[in-house]
Design a protein. Structure first.
Length: 130
């Protein structure tokens, strides 16, 4: 079932979402200020390409230490939110609302809602397989 959902997701727009996250990460890597966000954008890209069978969790929950969960991570997340995170999250929310109109679109809407939450504050989070 996961394979089917991921295939449909990828064909119906996941490829575009993932490519845009990769492009955003590449553009962030060109600036010194954007470097801390590059890895987060690419982590989101991996999730955006094939989100089914994966979960977004705090790095503390998987034993990766407190990377991004302390005061520095909080400041980075606030900057991310103010400078563009809310725009990205809003686009995922609008897409989720359109997908939720049909019963078949509900699983896709839930994944877009996860992407919206991830886009609001990506520092200190990681993606794991279920």
């Amino acid at each position: 079932m996961t394979l089917l959902l991921n295939t449909l997701w990828f064909i119906l727009g996941g490829w575009l979402s993932g490519l845009l996250w990769l492009l955003g990460g590449a553009l962030l890597a060109l600036t010194v200020i954007g470097l801390p966000y590059t890895q987060a954008a690419w982590r989101i890209a991996g999730f955006a390409f094939f989100p089914f069978g994966k979960d977004i969790v705090s790095r503390e929950d998987v034993g990766e230490g407190d990377l991004g969960t302390g005061p520095v991570g909080c400041v980075l997340n606030v900057l991310w939110f103010v400078l563009g995170g809310w725009h990205i999250a809003l686009s995922h929310l609008l897409i989720a609302a359109a997908e939720a109109i049909t019963i078949i679109g509900l699983p896709f809407a839930f994944k877009d809602l996860q992407l919206a939450g991830f886009a609001l504050a990506p520092i200190g989070k990681t993606v794991i397989r279920r």
